[in-house]
Write a protein that binds this ligand. Structure first.
Ligand SMILES: NC(=O)c1ccc[n+]([C@@H]2O[C@H](COP(=O)([O-])OP(=O)(O)OC[C@H]3O[C@@H](n4cnc5c(N)ncnc54)[C@H](O)[C@@H]3O)[C@@H](O)[C@H]2O)c1
Ligand SMILES: O=C(O)C(=O)C[C@@H](O)[C@H](O)[C@H](O)COP(=O)(O)O
Ligand SMILES: [Zn+2]
Length: 359
């Protein structure tokens, strides 16, 4: 298997996402002698952490490894404050580096600490989850949660590079891998229908990166390409970038209401069915495209329903979505396959009817 590289354009020269065996060797490009490197790592990734520290030390850099809590517990202001304290104690200056090693929660946190330390130091991401490599580590959105909602504090801070060896994904649990497939399928619905065809043709293969490495890399690079094309044109989400938020208005509300016990991709799966219902009820998409959402998501074991009885809490959380303007909710919907559009200010009855259809 060869290394596949997707270039992400943007401010300055942009950066590369390298996916393939042996890509960790490229970390040396960012490890000048004497450079301090804060390695923000997720618990459970110790074997890779050892290799990272070895590579950095061999290049003469000065690694400072810091473990953070697993999953969403990492995206907390107290964890962030501990990292800031450590950077201060270790004397990190503007030419030093942060490395994010783990799933999307860890790279979101690592990216944000890099964005805020001395108003911005370089960050390199080493995503170890499918969701991380296809989405979270790419594109420069970084941030943490607050008690009031998901990702409410953050910054746009693109990485200097993203490196992922597909072998790192081999230890993922099936449900975590499926959660990443939700973002892969999102890219299929909003921009690249070939992704949907590949998963529909072989859903079990799409869930198994060990048995089907070529399919895994094809799905990863197609998804990264979708994201790269969008963020190169609109890093700061002035308009186009919102398409990457397909399904997320409802998804983030579910995550918050469920106190982050739901996987992000699981929530996105239900969220995509929710907006497909909204779009269908408005006559924007036909029954076939609506059914295709449920079919392909279910085929890889993702949820397409969410328990009844939580509407008031969900509705209130959706009001804090970043796409909202004042009291007006704005949804990314489809008006056909790979034809994203906006649905602004739907009525309360429409919002509720779509909820009833997924409940
Ligand atoms: N910044 C962005 O553009 C962006 C995009 C999408 C999602 N996100 C964020 O990313 C997060 C979701 O990412 P995620 O699903 O990677 O979450 P995560 O980091 O919580 O990882 C999910 C689980 O997978 C485990 N894991 C990670 N790598 C593993 C490996 N190699 N082997 C075994 N287990 C492994 C983790 O320990 C964790 O328990 C959310 O916080 C979401 O908001 C950000
Ligand atoms: O990169 C983007 O833009 C996205 O919206 C990708 C999403 O998959 C991701 O979950 C993102 O973190 C959501 O951003 P938010 O601005 O709604 O918090
Ligand atoms: Zn997402």
């Amino acid at each position: 298997m060869s290394v596949r590289t997707v270039h992400v354009g943007g401010p300055g020269e942009g950066y590369d996402v390298h996916v393939g065996p042996g890509v960790l060797d490229r970390l040396a490009d960012h490890a000048a002698p004497g450079r301090r490197v804060l390695v923000v790592h997720q618990p459970g990734r110790e074997q890779l952490l050892g290799q990272v520290l070895e590579r950095l030390a061999a290049a003469g850099a000065r690694p400072v490894p810091v473990a953070v809590p697993d999953a969403e517990a990492a995206k907390d202001v107290r964890v962030l404050a501990d990292l800031w304290a450590r950077l201060g104690q270790e004397g990190f200056t503007r030419d030093d580096l942060v490395v994010g090693l783990g799933g999307g929660a860890t790279t979101d946190l690592a990216g944000f600490v890099a964005a805020t330390w001395l108003r911005g130091v370089e960050v390199v991401h080493l995503p170890t989850s499918l969701l991380g490599v296809v989405d979270a580590a790419v594109g420069g959105k970084t941030g943490i949660n607050t008690a009031e909602g998901k990702n409410l504090v953050g910054a746009f801070h693109p990485p200097a590079a993203v490196l992922c060896d597909p072998a790192w994904l081999s230890t993922m649990t099936r449900p975590d891998y499926a959660s990443g497939l939700a973002e892969v399928l999102k890219c299929g619905f909003v921009a690249d229908p070939r992704i949907l065809e590949l998963v529909e043709a072989a859903p079990q293969a799409a869930l198994d990166p060990v048995a089907e490495p070529a399919l895994a890399v094809e799905l990863v690079t197609r998804s990264v390409q979708v994201k790269a094309d969008v963020v190169a044109a609109d890093l700061r989400e002035s308009s186009l970038r919102e398409v990457l938020n397909y399904g997320h208005t409802f998804a983030h509300a579910v995550e918050q209401v469920e106190d982050y016990t739901w996987r992000h991709g699981d929530a996105v799966a239900v969220g995509m069915v929710y907006v497909a219902e909204l779009a269908h009820r408005r006559g924007l998409i036909d029954a076939d495209l609506l059914a295709r959402h449920r079919r392909v998501l279910s085929a890889v074991g993702l949820p397409t329903t969410y328990g009844a009885g939580r509407w008031p809490e969900l509705r209130s959380a959706m009001g804090r979505d970043k796409k909202a303007r004042g009291a007006t909710l704005r949804f990314v919907v489809l008006e056909g396959l790979a034809r994203p559009a906006r649905l602004e200010g739907p009525g309360e009855d429409e919002l509720r009817a779509a909820y009833d259809a997924v409940a």
